[in-house]
Design a protein around this ligand. Structure first.
Ligand SMILES: Nc1ncnc2c1ncn2[C@@H]1O[C@H](COP(=O)(O)OP(=O)(O)OP(=O)(O)O)[C@@H](O)[C@H]1O
Length: 714
């Protein structure tokens, strides 16, 4: 294939010719690539299977072309006639966005037209969108407004092996939607459940409610059953097949390019150091090609980023051309996209990623994967009602997915930083998230969908009874459920509409009554990001002095508000004279001087903008309590009363709801002050149990502001 560069030496009439040639070349390349994918040769047979089976399970190697090609096959086979849409869910937004971009490109259309994506807070679809990529959580939200998911002819649940809590709930929901749609009469009435429901539900929108809405839409007739496809590279097809009553499973053979797997001889004692050494070994010893390293979280990624940059200064100048690009969930989308952009040609790119880059995505240029074999996972103790994040070994299927990120454009190599016999000991697949997380959010959504009997819901794997009951209890205490376990109106309904954890949703609703919504919006945004303060070990004292000016004697919540407002003031003062780029620069400089993590702050500002929009839409009163922070602290108690702790004689604290003994984390502004009673937002479990993000409160406020819990206790 002649390269664009070579062509540019030839005389051309004008620049347009050049770019149209380049475009033509690109299109030919893409067409060629599509044809060479293993899946291309089975298009016809796959479509036949979809026609014959209402539920189909597809298992095919990573990179075989499932995610990008199958939706296009379905489109070409007529599944999008009469305005119908093929929907593809992904566990992660970054996958939904990047795959949609790629498929739009392959189809030669603008993103948002025939091909689009929709993720929380970001919608790139239009009336003409026929192939729609989205997160599983988003499809669940859509079901609140359109219980029959009537615009979809096919829904593909991709990367089902990840078993996110949303995927699992979606599975139960889709099973019922499919049944309801195949049992609908031509006037749209559902035969089994009378007028009322699919999952037993009514729509969230009141005037969209029980009887009216779905009877009007004539496309929910018998002629439009919903096709379901469950897809992954590393799926235990039997579990899914059994769940869907013996659904057919097909396997797509073949992968595009080989990936050689390497293991260490012995277990590594320091996996970060091992990762660092491997990065430099690849950089200095292997053929060109970018590197993807899997780490467990933002802090770790940022630490490794610094270490790489430090080490780079110590190697010969000619070998320094290594560009480090981080990618993790809390990074704003534009910054995440930097990982997908090519590095300048003289550089090798090393991407430091969490498991958000583990499935579905193709990062162009990646030839080497470095996998320490660890992941940060949620863990939940229903007895104590506490959720925490812990670092655990990956499963075999995660390891497979990770190595599958290489070998997509050519042969690749994967370096697993553990011995081969350790691999054999790994679990085959990850424990479903639904079995290890707080279920309040899921239950709130199911309730909003009208599912009354949560314990009886057809989960693919049931969460424990104790976890369900604990979460029902929490929702009741938050006022989201009535005495007879129905969604309360308006509080429960409002909470279900906010795309936040239920306690945070409740905090916003209460804050509008306490006249401190402005402060609470900032607090929730700042609490939603990882580590606002950044304290390098070698500059500990300097950092403490710099951040002192934001510190509030009342605690960390107000301290966070102070930081946010100081940044805002700075930007407001300068915006008049500066364009956006300059103001970003100023903010970055200010953050650096004040030991604030500028990425986290930007992310918090982004979240703030979005949740403020939701609060406005819901008509919540956007007042500020001004200097009267007492109101705000009282509101914290009314919202987060389940996280209250009191000081014990030995200086430790007892968390009142769970009875656990905890300590104040050294990063808190109240670390030395040790007030009598506190409200906290986070529990971290290391050798000790630490609470972080806390505020001093009055013990008596607990019974006054949360009598539903504390009056019962006394
Ligand atoms: N953005 C992209 N740039 C270049 N090539 C791409 C891009 N996206 C996909 N491809 C090509 O298409 C192939 C198929 O990708 P696709 O995501 O459809 O595979 P998959 O079978 O769904 O893989 P996985 O199970 O890993 O999600 C990739 O291996 C790669 O060669």
């Amino acid at each position: 294939m002649p390269s664009v560069a070579r062509r540019s030496h030839q005389p051309t009439a004008n620049g347009n010719d050049k770019s149209s040639n380049a475009n033509r070349n690109r299109r030919q390349n893409i067409a060629q690539q599509k044809k060479s994918l293993p899946i291309a040769s089975v298009e016809k047979r796959l479509i036949e299977e979809v026609r014959k089976n209402d539920i189909l399970i597809i298992v095919g190697e990573t990179g075989s072309g499932k995610t990008t090609q199958i939706p296009q096959f379905l489109f070409d086979a007529g599944f999008c006639r009469e305005g119908k849409v093929v929907g593809i869910t992904q566990p992660r937004r970054v996958a939904a966005v990047t795959v949609a971009k790629r498929v739009a490109d392959e189809c030669g259309v603008d993103l948002g037209q025939k091909v689009g994506y929709s993720v929380r807070f970001d919608d790139s679809t239009s009336n003409s969108t026929r192939i729609k990529y989205m997160t599983d959580g988003l499809l669940l939200r859509e079901a609140l407004l359109d219980p029959y998911l009537s615009k979809y002819s096919v829904i593909i649940v991709d990367e089902a092996h990840e078993r996110t809590v949303h995927t699992d709930v979606l599975m139960g929901l889709l099973k019922n939607v499919q049944l309801a749609r195949s049992n609908s009469t031509s006037d749209g009435r559902h035969l089994n459940n009378g007028d009322k429901n699919v999952n037993g539900f009514m729509s969230l929108d009141k005037d969209n409610g029980q009887n009216g809405n779905f009877l009007k839409k004539d496309h929910r007739d018998k002629s439009s059953p919903l096709k379901l496809i469950i897809m992954s590279a590393s799926l235990d097809a039997r579990t899914f097949s059994e769940y869907f009553g013996g659904a057919k499973a097909v396997h797509i053979q073949g992968r595009q390019f080989p990936v050689d797997i390497f293991y260490t001889r012995h277990a590594e004692t320091d996996y970060l150091d091992a990762a660092l050494i491997t990065i430099f070994q690849v950089h200095l010893g292997e053929a060109p090609g970018d590197i993807l390293v899997f780490l467990t979280g933002q802090e770790e990624i940022e630490a490794v980023e610094r270490l790489i940059n430090e080490r780079l200064t110590k190697i010969p100048e000619g070998s320094r051309k290594l560009l480090v690009v981080p990618i993790f969930a809390a990074l704003p989308s534009e910054q995440q996209m930097r990982a997908f952009a090519p590095a300048p040609s003289e550089f090798r790119k090393v991407i430091l990623a969490t498991n958000i880059a583990e499935t579905s995505v193709t990062i162009p240029g990646i030839k080497y994967v470095i996998d320490p074999g660890l992941v940060k996972a949620r863990s939940y103790d229903p007895g104590k009602g506490m959720e925490s994040l812990i670092v655990v070994p990956t499963s075999k299927s995660q390891a497979l997915q990770r190595s599958g990120r290489a070998g997509r454009e050519g042969p690749g190599k994967c370096f697993r930083l553990y011995p081969e016999n350790e691999f054999e000991k790994l679990e085959d697949s990850t424990m479903p998230e639904i079995k290890r997380c707080n279920l309040s959010n899921v239950i709130l959504q199911l309730k909003a969908l009208g599912v009354d009997d949560i314990l009886g819901f057809d989960f693919i794997e049931k969460p424990s009874r104790a976890a369900i009951i604990k979460s029902l209890e929490q929702l009741f205490l938050l006022g989201a459920l009535t005495d007879d376990c129905q969604l309360s109106d308006p509080v429960g309904r409002q909470m279900a509409r906010l795309p936040l954890d239920p306690v945070y949703s409740k905090a916003l609703i209460l804050a509008s009554q306490f006249n401190c919504l402005e402060e609470m919006l900032i607090t929730v945004a700042m609490l939603s990001v990882e580590s606002i303060f950044y304290t390098p070990r070698d500059k500990y004292e300097e950092a403490r002095t710099a951040t002192k000016c934001f510190g509030s004697p009342e605690g960390d919540h107000i301290t966070l508000i102070n930081v946010y407002r100081a940044a805002n003031d700075l930007l407001e003062k300068r915006t008049m004279e500066m364009n956006k780029m300059k103001s970003e620069k100023v903010l970055r400089k200010w953050c650096k001087e004040n030991f604030i993590n500028s990425r986290s702050l930007r992310h918090a500002r982004d979240i703030h903008r979005q949740i403020k929009g939701h609060a406005e839409q819901m008509g919540l009163s956007l007042a500020s309590c001004g200097d009267d922070m007492l109101q705000f602290r009282r509101c914290l108690v009314a919202s987060f009363f389940l996280n209250a702790a009191v000081k014990q004689p030995d200086g430790t604290y007892r968390a009142l709801a769970s009875g656990q003994v905890v300590q104040i984390h050294p990063s808190s502004v109240l670390f030395r002050k040790k007030p009598e009673c506190i409200i906290f937002n986070e529990l971290i479990q290391t050798n000790n149990k630490y609470v972080r993000n806390l505020t001093r409160v009055d013990y008596l406020w607990l019974t006054e502001l949360a009598p539903q819990f504390y009056a019962m206790q006394n």
